[in-house]
Design a protein around this ligand. Structure first.
Ligand SMILES: [Zn+2]
Length: 373
């Protein structure tokens, strides 16, 4: 499974200058390469290499491998179309491969090629990224933003030998309770709701000021505040997603269960229209994709099998009798058997049942469920 680790470099001021010089020089080389490609109508890796490698090496003093990366960047840029000459930002991101970068996760340092040779630079990434880095493989993008340095590293996480499982833990993702499992446990994000409410009210106030033609500086200040809040909100939602996914995976692992999740498309399709406008604003932009990604990779790291269930019917079907019922807000009512229950818990039970029917088809009466969707 390919995942990307994002780490922040902590260079000394001398190293930072060195990185900047290297990035600028590499982009200048890309610029020159683009010119050669454009003039000669040569947009293929091999052809451009043959044409430009030596002159560029001489002119820019980059390592052989760095020039190969620059040629790849230029060729990539022309892949979209060849109708206009490509230009490159002076500090655009540059890809490093294993010949010009290596990670030392035990020491939290990275050894990276620069104009003055290899330098060892410390980094931080947090628990998630540092765990991923053990599986770093292939390219890393060095990028620079607002005086700070980052690496985006491609990691190939091996599928751990999956353990024997006895049953399935179904997980329903929804925007009122972020996750509900088939045991009936709910995972909510009350903290994030507070942020969302605050942000919604600030956004409304920006709009009001705009309508009332407030001074430009007032609007600017409010905008800045809004930006700061959404950044903090993103950090908080990432932490919440880590916590929820960790707890779910630990629960499944300790009880010999696999995890069944609903295909994400379901969340927006079925939950959004049900909620009132105000509620929708507070919850609908939750990073569910990230939550599912966290559950999947943590499960894989721990040998817990994960399966994805198509969403059709899981929320509308009664878990007790398999008839279609009514879902209204958080409650589910079955017109057939009278079952009345929490809608997300009912959904999670259905997801678990479909997951079990996929895992042990010989014991299942539910397999038709999958074909209906
Ligand atoms: Zn029923």
């Amino acid at each position: 499974m390919k995942l990307t680790a994002k780490i922040k470099l902590l260079p000394t001021s001398e190293q930072a200058q060195n990185l900047l010089d290297t990035l600028v020089r590499a982009n200048q080389a890309c610029h020159a390469l683009s010119e050669i490609a454009w003039e000669n109508k040569q947009f293929k890796q091999f052809g451009l290499h043959k044409l430009a490698y030596y002159p560029i090496k001489e002119q820019f003093g980059l390592s052989a491998q760095m020039i190969v990366r620059c040629i790849a960047k230029v060729v990539d840029a022309y892949k979209l179309d060849k109708k206009s000459k490509r230009e490159f930002r002076p500090t655009g991101a540059i890809a490093y491969d294993s010949r010009i970068i290596s990670y030392k996760p035990a020491k939290n340092t990275v050894s990276i090629w620069t104009l003055t040779g290899r330098v060892a630079i410390p980094y931080i990434g947090g628990e998630h990224n540092e765990a991923l880095l053990k599986f770093q493989q292939g390219e890393s993008d060095l990028f620079y933003r607002k005086g700070k340095w980052f690496l985006l590293a491609t990691c190939d996480v091996p599928d751990e030998q999956t353990s024997e499982i006895d049953s399935i833990l179904g997980v329903d993702l929804g925007i009122v309770d972020l996750a509900t499992d088939s045991d009936g446990q709910r995972f909510t994000g009350s903290e994030i709701r507070k942020y969302r409410k605050k942000r919604a009210s600030i956004r409304a106030s920006v709009q009001a000021k705009k309508n009332a033609k407030a001074s430009k500086s007032t609007i600017k200040n409010t905008r800045r505040l809004l930006k700061r809040i959404s950044k903090r909100e993103r950090t908080t939602s990432t932490i919440i997603n880590h916590t929820i996914s960790k707890r779910l995976v630990e629960k499944a692992q300790s009880s010999n269960r696999g995890i069944a999740l609903e295909n994400l498309k379901g969340i927006r399709d079925r939950t959004v229209p049900r909620l009132r406008k105000k509620q929708r604003r507070e919850h609908s932009s939750w990073p569910f994709y990230q939550l599912r990604q966290f559950i999947t990779y943590k499960a894989q790291l721990n040998g817990v099998p994960v399966m994805v269930i198509p969403p059709a019917y899981t929320s509308k079907t009664c878990h007790e009798c398999n008839h279609l019922g009514h879902r209204s807000g958080k409650s589910f009512t079955c017109t057939n058997c009278g079952n009345c229950t929490d809608a997300d818990h009912n959904g999670a039970l259905n997801i678990a049942a479909v997951g079990a029917s996929v895992t042990w088809p010989e014991n299942s009466t539910l397999i038709c469920f999958l074909h209906r969707s």
